[in-house]
Design a protein around this ligand. Structure first.
Ligand code: UN1
Length: 494
C-alpha cells in the first residue's frame, strides 16, 4: 500500500475535504509510487485561510527576534536532515543527489539569513520639516500570504518565500507543486518541529484547482508565485483586477557569452553545467550560448563532446550527472521544441532523442541536446524550453553578443566569459537581466542577493536578499509631533 500524506491546516494533518487524492511517482522509474496526496479544492483553501487569519494577530505581535529563533531552528533541522531530504528530492523530481543536497543547503542558507533579519527589519528615522516633530518609517506585515511554488527547487524555493513571509509577521497558505508534495510536507514537518505555532503556516496540496483557489481567495492579500509565464500572466491578471499584491518569478532564456580571450576550458565547463545541470530545468538554465567566431568551431566540437559524455540515469546512483525530466508532460514539451527546432531549419548537433539505455526505460529521460545554425526568430531561440536543450550561436564582437543576449522577451540570468575587465564592465552595464555572472555560468545564485529578472521574467520584484522584505511587508510612515500644538506640514514652514 502506498503511503498516504495529508494537508496541514491549523497545526493538524488531514485529508482534502472531498477526500480526492493524486499520486506522486519517481520520474526516474515510474513504477516507484512514493505516496498519495490530497487533491485540494477551494473548501480546503478556505479552511487554511481561516486558521491563517485567526493565527495572524498572535504571530504579528510575536517579537521578530522570536520569530527569527523559530526560523533558525528550522534551518538547523534542515541541515540535520539534509541527506534525508536530498534523497527524497531526487526520488521525487529526479535531479542528481549532489544537486538535491545543494537545494536543501539553499534553504538552510535562507533560514539563517531570514532569522538574522529578525533583529534588523530596518526602517529609517529621518528629519521633519517642522520643529519638535519626529519622523520614521517601518515595515509592517501584510496579512495572510498565498505562496505557490514549483517543483524544480522543491525545498529552496518554498524557503525563499516562507521564511521572509514569516519573519515579516505574515501567516501563510502554501500550495506546493503537485510533482514534489513530499519535499513540501517534510519542509512543513520541520517547521512544526522547530516550534512554529499551529495556523501560522498551512499547506494545501493539489494542482491548478488548488492554486487558483489560493489566487482567487478574496482575503488572501498577497500572492507570491514562481512558475511558468503562462500561469504567471493568469495570476497577474486576477491580482490586477482584485488589487492584490503579487510577486511573480517566471521564465528565462538565459545566455552565456564566450569571448576568444576567455579561459576556454572554464567557459566550456560553465556552459555544460549551465545548460544541462538539473536537466536544464532551472529558470536560470543556459539556453543560448554566443561564442566569438575565432573560437566557435573549437568550442562547438568541445561542447558536443562534453554533452555526449554526460552520464544520464537515476540521480540516486553515484556517478550519474543528469537525471530525468520531472514528468511526461515536460518530456513531451522538450520533444516538441526539438521537433520545432528541426522543422525551422536549425542544425541538431547532438542529442534530440529520448535517452535509451538499459535502466532508463521507465523514466522520463532525454539526451542533452545542442542546436546550431539557429535564427533569433526560431521558437527554440525565443521560448523557455525548461529541458536539456541549448543553442549555440557565433558572434563577431562583444557588441553583437550583447545585442543578441538582449534580443529576447525574458531577462533573468546572463553570463560573460572573458579575461578583459573592460568587456566585463560593459557586459554588466549593458546586458538587460536581473543577474549577470562574469566567468561563471548562468546558474547558481546565492540567497543574500536579490533574485529575479527584467522584462517577462517577473513583475519588478526581487526574491531573496533584503529585497524579499519589500515583497512581504508594507511600509508605514510615522510622524510624532511633540510640540503640543497643531503644526501644519507645508504651511507652517516659512
Ligand atoms: C529556479 O530555477 O527557479 O540560481 C531557481 C540558481 C539557483 C536557483 C534557481 N540558486 O540557479
Amino acid at each position: 500500500m502506498p503511503k498516504t500524506y495529508f494537508n496541514y491546516i491549523g497545526g493538524k494533518w488531514g485529508k482534502a475535504k472531498n477526500a480526492g487524492t493524486f499520486e506522486d511517482r519517481n520520474p526516474a522509474d515510474t513504477r516507484d509510487l512514493i505516496g498519495t496526496f490530497p487533491q485540494s479544492g477551494p473548501e480546503d483553501v478556505e479552511a487554511a485561510y481561516r486558521v491563517a487569519e485567526s493565527a495572524y494577530d498572535a504571530w504579528r505581535l510575536t517579537p521578530p527576534p522570536m520569530r527569527g529563533e523559530i526560523i533558525l531552528k528550522a534551518g538547523l533541522l534542515l541541515k540535520k536532515r539534509k541527506e534525508e531530504l536530498a534523497q527524497v528530492m531526487t526520488r521525487e523530481m529526479g535531479k542528481v543527489l549532489k544537486e538535491s543536497r545543494g537545494d536543501v543547503q539553499e534553504a538552510v542558507d535562507m533560514a539563517y539569513y531570514a532569522a538574522g533579519e529578525g533583529r534588523r527589519l530596518l526602517g529609517h528615522t529621518t528629519t521633519s520639516e517642522l520643529k519638535n516633530k519626529f519622523a520614521m518609517s517601518m515595515r509592517m506585515p501584510i496579512g495572510v500570504c498565498g505562496l505557490i511554488t514549483p517543483w524544480n527547487f522543491p525545498v529552496a524555493i518554498p524557503s525563499w518565500k516562507i521564511f521572509p513571509a514569516l519573519i515579516c509577521g505574515n501567516t501563510v497558505v502554501f500550495k506546493p507543486a503537485e510533482d514534489t508534495p513530499l519535499c513540501a510536507s517534510l519542509f512543513v514537518e520541520i517547521m512544526e518541529e522547530a516550534g512554529l505555532p499551529g495556523g501560522v503556516l498551512n499547506m494545501v496540496h493539489g494542482g491548478p484547482q488548488a492554486g487558483r483557489a489560493v489566487v482567487r481567495h478574496p482575503k488572501i492579500r498577497l500572492i507570491s508565485f514562481t512558475g511558468s509565464s503562462e500561469v504567471g500572466a493568469e495570476v497577474a491578471e486576477y491580482c490586477g483586477r482584485a488589487l492584490k499584491r503579487c510577486s511573480l518569478e517566471m521564465g528565462g532564456k538565459n545566455a552565456q557569452v564566450v569571448m576568444a580571450d576567455a579561459d576556454f576550458d572554464l567557459a566550456l565547463e560553465g556552459a555544460l553545467w549551465g545548460a544541462f545541470g538539473t536537466t536544464g530545468q532551472r529558470c536560470t538554465a543556459t539556453s543560448r550560448i554566443y561564442v566569438e567566431k575565432k573560437i566557435f568551431e573549437r568550442f562547438r566540437k568541445a561542447l558536443v563532446r562534453g554533452a555526449r559524455a554526460i552520464r544520464i540515469g537515476n540521480g540516486l546512483k553515484p556517478g550519474v550527472q543528469m537525471g530525468p525530466l520531472v514528468n511526461q508532460d515536460q518530456l513531451r514539451r522538450v520533444q516538441g521544441y526539438v521537433r520545432a527546432g528541426i522543422e525551422e531549419g536549425a542544425k541538431l548537433e547532438c542529442g534530440g532523442r529520448i535517452a535509451k539505455k538499459s535502466g532508463l526505460e521507465r523514466g522520463w529521460f532525454h539526451e542533452p541536446t545542442i542546436f546550431a545554425k539557429t535564427h533569433p526568430d526560431m521558437k527554440i531561440m525565443r521560448e523557455e524550453i525548461f529541458g536539456p536543450v541549448t543553442c549555440l550561436v557565433p558572434v563577431r564582437s562583444l557588441e553583437e553578443a550583447i545585442h543578441q543576449v538582449n534580443n529576447t522577451s525574458y531577462g533573468l540570468s546572463s553570463s560573460l566569459y572573458s579575461r578583459d575587465v573592460n568587456r566585463a564592465m560593459r557586459a554588466i552595464r549593458d546586458i538587460e537581466a536581473g543577474i549577470t555572472y562574469i566567468n561563471g555560468p548562468t546558474i547558481g545564485a546565492e540567497v543574500h542577493l536579490p533574485f529575479g529578472g527584467v522584462k517577462k521574467t517577473g513583475n519588478g520584484h526581487r526574491e531573496a536578499g533584503e529585497t524579499a522584505l519589500d515583497i512581504f511587508s508594507e511600509w508605514k510612515s510615522v510622524f510624532i509631533d511633540y510640540s503640543g500644538r497643531l503644526q501644519k506640514a507645508q504651511i507652517d514652514v516659512d
